[in-house]
Design a protein around this ligand. Structure first.
Ligand code: FE
Ligand code: FE
Ligand code: ZN
Length: 204
């Protein structure tokens, strides 16, 4: 690429064009894996929006008098790969859904950051039509992120805690009491116990 801000803008738009296309492949897999009907519907509806976002980016290329061409987005590839690893784990319904939401929100936040940047650059370059088109997409990404948060808070996270708590049943009470005590300055005798409970928490 060249070294003007306009070149950088075109480069980032290419990155986003590729990122959106990666999501078009990933979202149906996430939707299919979801056990909540509402989560599936939200992912499917964002898939439709994402297809519109690709078309909108093609319009942006046109406004910039550039060929619509993608450039591999390693960031989105990494986020999708991490999400796919989660789907391979043998998770139960609500925990799986909570994990799908976690992956989806990482993708949305990546997009929100990227669109925020290209909008600011387009504005600095006084490319107002480009900035407007990209802002429409940014608003959709923010709404998608909020929908995922709402689904998590409306019950998926709580449902996902259903299996929790069992794992501490066998532990002796002394240790549990220690965990419940407010942590003041760690006295030498307590340090080992604290380290053990921290380790246990990290495992669980
Ligand atoms: Fe998008
Ligand atoms: Fe990227
Ligand atoms: Zn999105």
């Amino acid at each position: 690429m060249g070294n003007t801000l306009r070149d950088a803008l075109v480069d980032e738009v290419r990155d986003l064009y590729n990122a959106e296309k990666q999501l078009i492949k990933a979202l149906p897999k996430m939707a299919k894996a979801a056990s909540s009907d509402e989560l599936r519907a939200a992912l499917e509806s964002h898939l439709e929006e994402t297809q519109g976002q690709v078309t909108r980016l093609e319009r942006v290329f046109e406004l910039l008098a550039e060929k619509p061409r993608g450039k591999h987005c390693a960031g989105m590839a990494g986020i999708i790969e991490e999400g796919a690893e989660t789907l391979e784990e043998d998770l139960d319904g609500a925990v799986l859904d909570a994990s799908i939401i976690a992956a989806g929100q990482r993708a949305e936040h990546y997009e929100i950051a990227a669109y925020g940047t290209v909008i600011a650059w387009a504005e600095a370059l006084e490319l107002s039509e480009v900035a407007e088109a990209l802002t429409e997409t940014l608003d959709e990404e923010k709404a998608a992120d909020e929908t995922l948060s709402a689904l998590a808070e409306a019950g998926i996270n709580e449902a996902a805690t259903a299996g929790d708590g069992n794992e501490t049943e066998d532990e002796d009470e002394e240790e549990e009491e220690e965990e419940a005590e407010p942590v003041k300055a760690a006295e030498p005798a307590r340090v080992g116990a604290l380290a053990r409970s921290a380790k246990r928490r990290a495992k669980g």
